[in-house]
Design a protein around this ligand. Sequence first.
Ligand code: F6P
Length: 348
Amino acid sequence: MSVKVGILTGGGDCPGLNPVIRAAVRKGIEVYKYDMIGLYHGWAGLMDKNCGPLDLRAVSGILPRGGTILGTSRTNPAKIEGGYEKAKQNFMEMGLDALIAIGGEDTLGVANKLNKIGVHVVGVPKTIDNDLSATDFTFGFDTSVNIIMEAIDRLHTTAESHDRVLVVEVMGRHAGWLAVYGGMAGGADVILIPEEKFDLTEVCQHLKKRHAGGKNFSIVVAAEGALPKEGGVGSEFFTKDKSLDAFGHVKLGGIADALAKAIEKNTGFETRSVVLGHLQRGGTPSAFDRVLGTRFGIAAIDLVHDKHFGKMVALQGNKIVAVPLEKAVAKLKTVDKDLYDIAKVFFG
Ligand code: F6P
């Protein structure tokens, strides 16, 4: 009987998922002669035994495609009564020998729990947020940074034509990697991140100084999870409403709008807001993300072959290594102070 290996993609999608699936399936079938099975819509696929064969034809032509051919969701087995046991039972009933879980902190947290109760899991780190520990980069991040950079380039010309301040809201709930990399690449004049609470008066001072120095426009980049200091424009996460996603996270949004109003009031400069939202997750992956995804996919199927379960593939330096899932999900990787200090040199 041939070995049956399942693959699922969980959490927010990101460019580079399909290259991972393609690589794992190609080597799984062509080299190891495995039966590859796709589980649909993240952990929901395991909870509902919703799956189908992943043959060579299914992965043909998907390298440049954004999103995931398997679909995704934020289904959390922990929120279902007896969820982990049910997941394990389904894993066995489906005749799976191993499962490759491609996801971020949430998906890999579930993978880690399942591994502990005997499900043979291997993890692949995915998130545009780049906030997973134990890996230098996650795929999807590079594509997203390029989208943000291009958006800021475009916003520069309209901001300059209209003498405006533009506040750009980017993703990043607990970590400001996208804001810092995207903002630095785009030449933002102020960058606000969740790791360091901001002071509105200080932000306005930077802008006033810049405009006094002869500039007539500015670009402010704010991570959706950036927080003002006590007594600022708000001291909690900015949310449109208090609703939660399926995994239990409050849905963020609104910081750019709130900041734009506060900046205009404080400085007198006409200010507008732009929310990049899901544009940051869509479309074709960059070359870097296609290559990283491919390397991760190959490393993941190799881990399955070597029966190294409970591990996550990771990029460290220029090498792909395997790290314990436990270590990868223990804590979020936040922006280094040194990097943010470099970005700050260009504020104002
Ligand atoms: O995948 C993580 C993330 O990119 C966060 O930065 C953001 O808060 C979240 O996705 C939003 O995703 P969705 O609207 O799809 O739930």
